[in-house]
Design a protein around this ligand. Structure first.
Ligand SMILES: *[C@@H]1O[C@H](CO)[C@@H](O)[C@H](O)[C@H]1NC(C)=O
Ligand SMILES: *[C@@H]1O[C@H](CO)[C@@H](O)[C@H](O)[C@H]1NC(C)=O
Ligand SMILES: *[C@@H]1O[C@H](CO)[C@@H](O)[C@H](O)[C@H]1NC(C)=O
Length: 226
């Protein structure tokens, strides 16, 4: 019986590994850049939780904009971060008005709360949150319900050495169509909708672990019968 109890506890522990589930997921470039997010409208102020996974061990940046085309770096709100010197996590708040290096928001206008930055297998994973509307007009782009928002990304194999020192992206892109960040829906009736389920990798891992736990419990019972 002890074995079974142990295995059940192990299974339950597996199920509670890692917290955050993200409601929305977009593959911005397959195998290179994924973004996950949730807007929590129960929180006051409303808060957006982002996670992005980029194929780089240098800096990786996520941006969002209400610019009509989504391109040209016009009015992009940008989060740029990474892990440098193997253990130093960083994420800074930027804004760009035009093509070129984004401008670092003042020290007093850093609105991004970095909760995790990790590097593994050549990928950088960053999790952060921010108030949907910081009120920093001209420094931030609010995340709003019903407003068309394009999402963009960039990366470089080298890390930023400080908030103002980083090389130009070696890879980048932006969504051809805008999204409603609150609902995760694409603004288009003709093209495929993004995945809006909580089908993140974390969920799949948990389901797999749950199955593993059930199998182990069954194995445990079989072994005890003998
Ligand atoms: C949203 O925030 C509320 C209040 O902090 C919390 O209870 C709830 O679990 C959060 N919802 C999600 C989906 O994270
Ligand atoms: C990172 O690792 C180096 C070398 O092991 C150590 O000296 C430094 O304190 C660490 N820095 C952080 C932020 O943990
Ligand atoms: C977004 O706005 C629509 C239309 O006003 C509303 O029905 C919906 O509940 C809102 N969604 C969220 C997540 O706030």
């Amino acid at each position: 019986m002890k074995t079974v109890t142990f295995l059940v506890i192990l299974g339950l522990l597996c199920l509670s590994i890692d917290g955050m589930q993200y409601e929305h997921h977009l593959v911005l470039k397959s195998g290179v850049f994924d973004v996950y997010w949730t807007v929590n409208t129960s929180m006051i102020p409303n808060t957006v939780y982002f996670k992005y996974v980029a194929k780089t061990t240098g800096w990786a940046a996520l941006g969002w904009s209400k610019t009509a085309s989504g391109g040209q770096m016009i009015q992009y709100d940008i989060a740029l971060g990474g892990v440098r010197n193997t253990n130093e996590s960083y994420l800074k708040d930027y804004y760009s008005s035009t093509l070129g290096k984004p401008t670092y928001d003042d020290d007093v206008r850093q609105n991004l709360i970095l909760t995790s930055a990790t590097e593994s297998g050549g990928f950088t994973t960053i999790e952060f949150n921010r108030e949907t509307d910081t009120g920093d007009t001209g420094y931030d782009v609010p995340i709003q319900n019903g407003t068309k928002t394009w999402i963009m990304w960039g990366l470089n194999p080298k890390d930023a050495t400080d908030a103002n020192t980083f090389a130009k992206h070696t890879e980048k892109g932006y969504t051809s169509l805008p999204y409603n960040m609150f609902t995760g829906k694409q603004f288009s009736s003709t093209t495929a909708q993004p995945k809006t389920t909580s089908g993140s990798q974390a969920t799949s891992v948990k389901i797999m672990l749950a199955f593993a736990a059930i199998l182990l419990v069954q194995l445990g019972s079989v072994l005890m019968l003998h």
